[in-house]
Design a protein around this ligand. Structure first.
Ligand SMILES: Cc1cc2nc3c(=O)[nH]c(=O)nc-3n(C[C@H](O)[C@H](O)[C@H](O)COP(=O)(O)O)c2cc1C
Length: 202
């Protein structure tokens, strides 16, 4: 890639509970010289307001305050979920993977059935067709058969289905530490180095 960023990722936050997961993923990605294209659905914005201190104002500023851009060579680009003119909407734009964190059942359904009705589902569709890593942190419980079949369909198309099952085998009782250990597993699948949990057997 002809730029100074070591890697490029697309990160989306949907309107499922657990938006903290997306915020923490962003935090750890921005510790690297990475370029991040961030997309937040309308429902994602509503859940952000509900679950975090986001006041509905400048969302990029909010994310930067939450995470900082800890690496001077990192960059965060916030994309409008209705704008198909941005780079990751096209397969000709090479990136290193996409994560939808959290992924609602509605967006899972769109991805599973190729319904590109917003930028998130379009970018996911492009990521699959270009055979790049696509991680879906699907958040719902319990699951009905539609959810399960959509997960199967997305999985068969090449997505990695990673429900936020919290790794509870560590010694921590801190929600942030348990969340971060899960985010470490997401980073593994995006091939990003981290020290968020200790590898089993080390
Ligand atoms: C506070 C709140 C929490 C929600 N949690 C979930 C959830 O965990 N999983 C889910 O699939 N939908 C959840 N929803 C419903 C989605 O927001 C809704 O289906 C929406 O259409 C998803 O749109 P999006 O995928 O474009 O973000 C929640 C809605 C609200 C208001």
């Amino acid at each position: 890639m002809s730029n100074h960023f070591k890697k490029t990722f697309v990160v989306a936050i949907c309107g499922a509970t657990g938006v903290l997961l997306g915020i923490r993923l962003l935090k750890y990605l921005l510790q690297n010289p990475f370029r991040i294209y961030m997309i937040i659905s309308n429902a994602g914005c509503s859940v952000l307001k509900h679950e975090t201190g986001f006041d509905g104002g400048d969302i990029k500023r909010f994310l930067e305050l939450q995470n900082g851009i800890q690496n001077s060579d990192a960059a965060l680009f916030l994309c409008d979920n209705n704008d198909y003119f941005v780079s990751p909407a096209s397969g000709s734009f090479r990136h290193d993977g996409m994560a939808v964190v959290p992924c609602s059942m509605k967006t899972l359904g769109s991805i599973a059935h190729g319904i590109n009705d917003n930028l998130i589902s379009r970018c996911a569709d492009v990521t699959l067709k270009e055979k790049r890593p696509l991680v879906l942190v699907t958040r719902e419980t319990p699951l009905n058969l539609v959810h399960i079949r959509n997960m199967e369909q997305a999985c068969c198309a090449g997505a990695l289905i990673m429900p936020p099952v919290l790794p509870l085998y560590g010694s921590s009782d801190s929600l942030i530490e348990i969340t971060d250990a899960f985010i470490g597993r997401v980073l593994d699948h995006l091939d990003v180095e981290h020290s968020l949990y200790e590898e089993w057997g080390r």
